[in-house]
Design a protein around this ligand. Structure first.
Ligand SMILES: [Zn+2]
Length: 334
């Protein structure tokens, strides 16, 4: 974690080569804003992400596009890098105003479908059972209103698909990890990579596993493989969804990989004694002390701990004790 530029310091920008960026605020979030990109084409601009669904965000997006000489009504399509509300939230509103299509990777489209059918009550029950199985003390998660699920996309993307953008070559690169259907978009004719949340200049995206005790997936391994995948594209300029644009995606991807490898080594070292997911999370290093994390942030930290435990298990370095509830993990050699 390092310095964050506040939203107030951001302006819409023409980045050259037919690419513009509009900072769209995320009300109440320390992340500040989402960078929405518009790529010009003779058939109207294409948006990469759309921002949080909030009146201030909508105002910033539409005013920003006008300031850059285009208009939200001209948008031909929105490619959403992943289903999270700060990326996909406004896509539905853009579609209403312009008739644009919305595209998303099929894995995230599947999650959106699930979320849209999942009531508030079912969501809360799911969370409390997940926390119990992780060994969390009885706690109430604050009931903060859940953001509305994003709009269902019109197009589902797969790895390698070319986006319908006349005159440009824009390819979807499936980069699972932060979400199962996260995509980066590679503007091949300009060696520019829209990285979404996959590769950010100063922070690392949340990599979690839900429910925490799943043993049939390995999102951290997926994420590390996805880092290698974008590094293999050669030297590219990164246009991320937060913070700022930077050079050399591959170098930053290598740093993020090293950060997680380091976290894995330190986590394995505390597992001489069997620990629950919650106990392991409390012993890991976060950007503030465990005591200072809100219940919501502890829940996310537990998700992140769970993803690291699962990766260590898949590498054969730790194992889960049979028939214990809550589940406990221990190093294989102890
Ligand atoms: Zn995200």
């Amino acid at each position: 974690m390092t310095s964050r530029v506040p939203y107030a310091g951001q302006r819409p920008r023409d980045l050259g080569g037919g690419v513009r960026s509009v900072p769209v605020p995320i009300p109440g979030s320390p992340l500040g804003y989402t960078l929405v990109y518009a790529i010009d084409s003779p058939g109207g601009p294409l948006l990469v992400d759309a921002g949080w669904n909030h009146p201030d965000a909508w105002q910033a997006l539409s005013a920003g596009l006008s300031e850059l000489g285009t208009d939200v009504s001209a948008v031909r399509g929105v490619v959403v890098t992943h289903f999270h509300p700060d990326h996909a939230g406004l896509a539905g509103r853009v579609r209403e105003e312009s008739g644009a299509w919305i595209a998303m990777h099929e894995e995230d489209a599947r999650l959106v479908k699930l979320m849209r059918g999942f009531g508030e009550r079912a969501h809360r029950d799911f969370q409390s059972e997940m926390l119990r199985r992780a060994g969390a003390p009885a706690l109430t998660l604050e009931d903060g209103a859940r953001p509305e699920p994003p709009a269902q996309p019109d197009l589902e993307l797969r790895d390698g698909d070319l986006i319908d953008l006349p005159g440009r070559t824009l390819r979807a690169i499936h980069t699972p990890g932060h979400t199962p259907g996260h995509v980066c978009l590679f503007l091949e004719d300009a060696a520019r990579l829209f990285t979404g949340d996959h590769v950010l200049p100063d922070i690392t995206p949340h990599i979690g596993i839900y429910p925490y005790d799943r043993d049939d997936i390995d999102p951290l391994d997926d994420f590390l493989t996805s880092l290698d995948k974008v590094a293999a594209l050669g030297r590219t300029e990164a246009l991320p969804a937060h913070e700022r644009i930077f050079d050399d995606t591959a170098a930053r991807a290598a740093e993020i990989r090293a950060h997680h490898e380091d976290k894995l080594v330190r986590l394995a070292a505390v597992l001489a004694e069997p620990l629950t997911i919650w106990e392991a999370a409390a012993l890991m290093r976060w950007n503030r002390s465990w005591e200072d994390l809100s219940p919501m942030l502890r829940g996310m930290a537990a998700g992140e701990a769970a993803a690291h435990l699962r990766a260590l298990e898949a590498r054969g370095l730790i194992r889960r004790l049979p028939e214990v509830d809550p589940v406990r993990f221990v190093a294989v050699d102890s």
